[in-house]
Design a protein around this ligand. Sequence first.
Ligand SMILES: C[S@@+](CC[C@H](N)C(=O)[O-])C[C@H]1O[C@@H](n2cnc3c(N)ncnc32)[C@H](O)[C@@H]1O
Length: 534
Amino acid sequence: MFTLRRSGHFWSPIVPNLRLRFPRPIGGPTGTPIATTRSLSFERTAPSSEKLGSNSLAATVSKARIPNYHIPNLWAGYSRIQNRYQSYSTMASNTTPPTAAGTTPESRLRPKLSELAATIAANAKIVEDYIEAQGLPYPSFAADGPTNFPVPQNGETQKIHEARQELLTASKHIYDLATGPNEFLRWLVWNYNDVSTLHVVTAFNIPEIVPVDGDISYAEIGEKCNLPELKIRQVLRLAMTNRIFYEPRHGYVAHTAQSRLLREDPLMRNWISYNTDDLAPASLQVVDALKKYPGSGETGETAFALAHGNESLFQFLGARPERAKRFGTAMSAFSTGQGYAVEHLINGYDWSGLPKDATIVDVGGATGFVCVELAKSYPEFKFIVEDKVKPQLELGEATLDPALKPRFSYVVHDFFTEQPVKGADVYLIRWCMHNWSDKYAGIMIKSLVPALKNGAKVIINELALPDPNTANPWEERRIRTLDVVMMMCLNALEREEGDWKRLFAEADPRFRFEGVKQPPGCLMNIVEATFVDE
Ligand SMILES: C[S@@+](CC[C@H](N)C(=O)[O-])C[C@H]1O[C@@H](n2cnc3c(N)ncnc32)[C@H](O)[C@@H]1O
């Protein structure tokens, strides 16, 4: 029996400044509703010195303001807050959660199931506690689940994201280990069936046909797609094993979070259809391309070209405006987001080390949007945006803030020909060189040389691949896949630091290679070389 019959408050003996306030008398035997006062609340004034703990706790406390308490629930909530405070305090004091990665290549080959399971449990708890404490939407497969993992990416959540990464890595390891090599390989090669079912789902617009709320029979979907019910059932039941739709009752189909995303996100639809229509056929030609053109660096001698009537990717897109538009949208689905934000380039390079009125040439700069951002921070810099595609430059010029106009000019230029702007301080090349083999990347750098004054900088902003096993496994798979896609489509590649260094050395011995940087939180790198001609 627990009854409170006077107004007042309790101070938590564990959490500084946390109190349970009940300004009006409340009462009732254990387990029965207590007086319906809406002013019953947890309160806490967090000292500013407490970072992670206090912010998370603040959300927990505000979530706890619920009317119609039962006394036991109230105390459960009170002690939950205290427990959470203790777990955040531990996290804030830099306790490292268990990790799945071994420390040597050999130890990575021999993980133990029980240790992986412990890693999963510990890191899942960290992530889950944070989500609940912040009142974030809980991850779910259900149609109303969040479309992205709900923890935002910022300095304060770094430890939570590290824990999530450990969770993902250990989960993949334990799954693969428990599968065993024989089954693993047998299923790996069947992954094309996942792609082909996804292709059917998107090509026949099935996410549109399935209602957002409720369900629809296989027969009705078949009628709308002009396909037999049985075939729809075959395809969708495999797709469902990837949680694309589910079957709430026998013979009926409803949305999951993933199928809803296919319905509602045009970027995602473009990304999928570009891959299924344009790239998947090329992937089946990689072996033939390697046999036919083993050492080629030409864009027309690729798996893509073999799959698409001997047209290079650029020729293919140039002749098909609709596909080109879809390609553009698909690319933005891949390379937008926090890790690719231009601000990393603005904040991650020492622009203030340049002369105050420096001239920056943005080679292959499209609309010049990178320079526009740079111009905001460096009010005396001047910018020349170059691109081969005139409409992009025209768009940039037409949409430029009038206040910036005196500092900007736009020049049609092919970056494989001699650089027309002589004596600039910086030649910036962002997201252009990974489209080209070393043969052409070398020509791009050599074409700059006649324009370079002593001390001029060449800054390249794209990837510099890390050594194997130094990135987290998830990121490693992303960049290695991208690297192979560049080969398949264009005989191009993502480069390592050594590749960048060699490119500059081969282009001209007067280049001093300054190295590669990766701004914190950025998925791209900044490669820098100085032209030294004294
Ligand atoms: C992937 S986009 C990068 C655009 C921009 N730099 C950025 O950071 O997003 C590649 C750019 O290179 C341009 N481009 C392609 N071939 C070119 C060439 N031969 N000369 C100049 N620009 C070219 C394209 O028009 C496109 O704007």
